[in-house]
Design a protein around this ligand. Sequence first.
Ligand SMILES: [Zn+2]
Length: 278
Amino acid sequence: MFRTTIRARAVLEGIGLHKGRPSRVVFLPAAGPTGLRFTAPGGVPVPARLQSVAGTARGTNIDLGGTILYTVEHLLSAAAGLGIDDLDMEISGEEPPAADGSALPFAEALLKAGITGKPGQERPAAAVIPAFEFVKGETRYRVEPRPGPLSVKLVYDYPHKLVGRQEIDLELSPEVYLREVAPARTFGFSHELEALKAAGLALGGSLDNAIVINETEILAKDGLRFPDEFVRHKLLDLVGDLALAGLPLRGLRVEAERSGHAGNVNFAKLLSEKAQKQ
Ligand SMILES: [Zn+2]
């Protein structure tokens, strides 16, 4: 099994979700075993790793060496979900394009560029991580070794009559990720939107790139893509945040409840620490 990258460059343009400004991502093949990396045009690539995380408020943000790159989790999710080991992502702007609020446009661009093995560059074996649990408040994560692709059970529970408790349990081969996870869109509650906008967030948000839930209805362009689209999006975010651990995302069974970016990143830190002790 060789490490993977893409065959050709791919470009996606749009506006950022939180800042609302034009942005563009260029996916570039990576020659070496350099992992997933971000760069500003002309800048030095920064590994998409935990030590570069600059914050987790409404998204996962990366320090590009002085400037902050916001909301990287959907890009990372697409790359990790498709099993891409090495990829450079050049971002023009403060955050990647929001696209349709899911990871599908990124995944499709990467697939169109072509995913290819790199002969001579062996993939590392799956990390050996002992079973452990991480609980903080109502958030809970659990992991144990399990052969095969990353297996995840996720529970999302929100006290709203149109949302309630949603649960998903999947073995995330690239095919399953593409079909069952990548299309799930980001969502927000209308009662939060004013506060987000006052804080300078969600400025590019619209029904073109997010699902909005108000007291009585779910506003989703062309309807929901899955009856449980919310928990699937939480899974999409978790895959992206776990990629920051820099570990091969296989050979593990993860169970998570009420996950969010801060919890995901802390859980990824623990995974990384436990893997290093082996
Ligand atoms: Zn998300």
